[in-house]
Write a new protein. Structure first.
Ligand code: SPD
Length: 369
């Protein structure tokens, strides 16, 4: 321990390139630091603004106001930076909506980044896609009609299509370039688009839902990016109202709901809004996804009034769906135990999110209205 701490202090350096040992006296800069200093952020920014000294860092975005390069923190997770070592940048482009980056990381395989924020890595995408798809679909009997909002990489489609009862899958993704990039660099996710039950709609999901026939869907899955940029509207009340309208009675919504460590206010707001709209039940679940900020991601699971849905005890268990298990890609993260465990909430979250606290009395199901 002491060794490590000592090395850390040795590595402190001043802006003029001289080292300081912490008590003001100058000393030689260790070679590891010299190597890192050899490339300036500005030089590396020519390669990509989020990659500095060979590391992608999610906190860094670049603005070029008045020709000055300014690095600033992402507003979704101020004061922290999650970094991955970059082996190779494979693609960078700019669509009508966002900046798209694909790089090969040294530990997590290929990584897809939109507007400087990690969307998935090959190593841990299974946790997110399997949970966001099977938490809702295993909670209702024989789902037939499903809508995926966002999800342009195709990973959620891949998981939805494991369900043999499903007859029709709509996907509404705003950014065609995300689909094209995924088909090129992430074929193991984009394979989801090949299922003949899938119907792709490139466009604005709020508009798509507004025009959707009432009660059309058994399940809606919102696989959005974070609510900064094109996904801002997807955490607001009118959006949830259109989803509830498009669901049949007793239909279910599963919505990506950020990190319990970082976004308790957002979680609180989303739960409060959803409790006004979804008259069945509203529940919070979570899973570990190491490449997302703070290493976890949450899911809001809601049902409309109608046949009750017991989210914690899946009625349509995956273990009974032979086709889901015999799929050419084995499940890596999801099973019925993981499903039920995902609804166990730590006391701090219940204390901070009053909507969860209110519902934690034994007389009511956790999170249920
Ligand atoms: N903070 C990142 C949240 C990303 C959620 N969407 C991921 C898309 C994977 N299909």
């Amino acid at each position: 321990m002491e060794d490590g701490a000592g090395r850390g202090l040795e590595c402190q350096k001043t802006m003029d390139g001289k080292g300081s040992n912490g008590n003001g006296s100058e000393k030689a800069i260790p070679s590891c630091c010299l190597k890192a200093m050899a490339s300036t952020p500005e030089a590396e920014a020519k390669c990509h603004s989020t990659v500095v000294s060979g590391w992608f860092s999610e906190s860094q975005s670049r603005s070029e106001k008045d020709c000055k390069k300014v690095y600033f923190n992402n507003p979704m997770w101020p004061g922290e930076a999650h970094s991955l070592k970059v082996e190779n940048i494979l693609y960078r482009g700019k669509s009508e909506y966002q900046e798209i980056l694909v790089f090969e990381s040294s530990i997590y395989g290929k990584v897809l980044v939109l507007d400087g924020i990690i969307q998935l890595s090959e190593k841990d995408e299974c946790a997110y896609q399997e949970m966001i798809a099977h938490l809702p679909l295993c909670s209702i009997s024989s789902p037939k009609t499903v809508l995926v909002v966002g999800g342009g990489d195709g990973g959620v489609l891949r998981e939805v299509s494991r369900h043999p009862s499903i007859e029709h899958i709509d996907i509404c993704e705003i950014d065609k370039m995300v689909i094209d990039v995924s088909k090129k660099f992430f074929p193991q996710l984009a394979v989801g688009f090949q299922d003949p039950r899938v119907h792709l709609h490139v466009g604005d999901a709020t508009e798509f839902l507004r025009l959707a026939p009432e009660g059309k869907y058994d399940a809606v899955i919102v696989d959005s990016s974070d609510p900064v940029g094109p996904a801002q509207e997807l955490v607001e009340k009118p959006f949830f109202e259109t989803i509830a309208r498009a669901l049949r009675p007793g239909g279910v919504l599963c919505n990506m709901t950020e990190s319990m460590w970082l976004h308790t206010h957002l979680i609180q707001d989303m739960i409060s809004v959803c409790r006004q709209i979804f008259k069945g039940s509203v529940n919070y679940a979570w899973a570990s996804v190491p490449t997302y900020p703070s290493g976890v991601i949450g899911f809001l699971l809601c049902s409309t009034a109608g046949p009750p849905v017991d989210f914690k005890n899946p009625v349509n268990s995956i273990e009974k769906l032979e086709r889901a298990l015999k799929h050419k890609r084995e499940l890596k993260f999801y099973n019925s135990e993981m499903h039920s465990a995902a609804f166990a909430l730590p006391p701090f979250l219940r204390r901070e999110v009053s909507a969860l606290r209110e519902s934690s009395t034994p007389a009511r199901q956790i999170g249920e209205k």
